[in-house]
Design a protein around this ligand. Structure first.
Ligand code: GLA
Length: 386
């Protein structure tokens, strides 16, 4: 994305003056889906695509003048008023309120932003916007005193309190902490994490975008989370002498012990989560040994679980996964929350061209449109550009 582009729109749209420019990326996740809000592990990396925003303090007590460059949409609102009508503006409003809670005296500002994270592709364009604004406000109003972790939590709280998605911390974490060329394995219970260089020699990571976006994704997402919480409540009731905060605290035999106390659906959801926690560990062991074939098998197993047990796939994503298998792709799976978006594919370089051509052809024959293809480049996290 081009800083001059954002700058020119900011100048044109407001009073001709420039502000500071900040950027935050979207993310991929190698493995570990729906494990973040269950206290498990995730394996994300920031991408080279994201949100760029120019921000300038405007001297008003709490009036925000916001311009979404890509949508050509303007929203002016006050932080003392109700949340704005435009859904994109709620992210900005929410972040301001969450920064207040962290003691940052946010006052009025002008903001214009643009992005190149494809919306609805499961690469977290919303977390990129939240992190970008949080980072900028911390710089402009807070002397950068708010820690990176608190910026992550402010983004997550914005989703919970102003957007209505009860998400975990993976997306905002990756957007804030990302580093070029490095993926991160995060333990969402302890919040400890490690950077891992990702240089699978002879392989490529590529996203195929189904271009499907399900309207009810956020309520379906919240229902998945509710299922997990139901199982945790059943575990806590059964084992009064043990502490169950999330499904991470449960062993396989614990889940079996409460099977009769929970619904079949909740059992299936929890069964997926326990399996996924194990798969992340198997995947990182495989990465350490450079065994990408084993890592790929774990990815396929995740797809299967997301599709059959967690039920967050759709026909189009399952179809893309089948095409990957038929082309000998090493690993392939739904990436992100599901209900549309992309598959992430780990593919040998020599198979890449044939796989992409075949996927385009077969997908277009069946659904009448060509899936978009994004080669994954692991980029940097939130930063100030100017
Ligand atoms: C969405 C949420 C994340 C995470 C993923 C699934 O991206 O925002 O917190 O739960 O889904 O892994």
């Amino acid at each position: 994305m081009d800083i001059e582009f954002v700058r020119s729109r900011f100048i044109k749209h407001f009073d001709g003056k420039t502000g500071n420019v900040y950027a935050s990326p979207g993310r991929i996740n190698l493995i570990g889906e729906h494990t973040d809000y269950n206290g498990g592990f995730v394996f994300p990396g920031a991408v080279d695509k994201g949100i760029m925003a120019e921000i300038r303090i405007n001297g008003t007590p709490d009036t925000i003048r916001a311009y979404a460059i890509d949508k050509k949409d303007r929203a002016d609102f006050r932080l003392s008023d109700e949340k704005p009508k435009a859904s994109w503006a709620r992210y900005i409003y929410g972040i301001c309120k969450e920064m207040w809670k962290l003691g940052v005296p946010v006052k009025g500002f002008n903001i214009a932003f643009a992005g190149d994270v494809p919306e609805g592709a499961g690469m977290s364009s919303s977390a990129a916007l939240e992190s970008c604004v949080a980072y900028g406000l911390n710089d402009l109003f807070g002397d950068n005193k708010v820690s990176q972790w608190n910026l992550v939590l402010a983004g997550q709280a914005t989703e919970h309190n102003y957007v209505g998605v009860k998400c975990g911390i993976m997306d905002q974490f990756a957007s804030v902490f990302g580093k070029a060329g490095q993926v991160m394995r995060l333990d969402c219970r302890s919040r400890e994490f490690e950077y891992f260089p990702f240089d699978a020699k002879g392989y490529k990571l590529v996203l195929l975008d189904s271009a499907v976006k399900h309207e009810l994704a956020s309520s379906a997402y919240n229902q998945r989370r509710q299922s997990c919480e139901n199982v945790v409540a059943a575990l806590a009731a059964k084992f009064a002498d043990r502490k169950f905060e999330t499904l991470r605290d449960a062993k396989w035999e614990d889940l079996e012990a409460v099977k009769a106390d929970i619904s079949e659906e909740d059992y299936k959801r929890a069964h997926f989560v326990l399996g996924e926690v194990d798969r992340v560990m198997a995947f990182s062991e495989a990465l350490k040994k450079g065994d990408y074939e084993e890592a790929g098998r774990q990815m396929y197993a995740t797809h299967e679980g997301l599709s059959k047990e967690y039920e967050v796939s759709c026909e189009e994503l399952d179809f893309l996964n089948e095409i990957a298998k038929a082309n000998g792709v090493t690993g392939s799976r739904i990436m992100g929350g599901g209900f549309g978006g992309c598959t992430l594919n780990l593919v040998k370089e020599e198979l890449y061209d044939k796989f992409i051509a075949d996927a385009r052809k077969k997908y277009a024959e069946k659904y009448g449109r060509v899936p978009k293809v994004y080669d994954v480049v692991i980029g940097d996290g939130s930063r100030k550009l100017a």
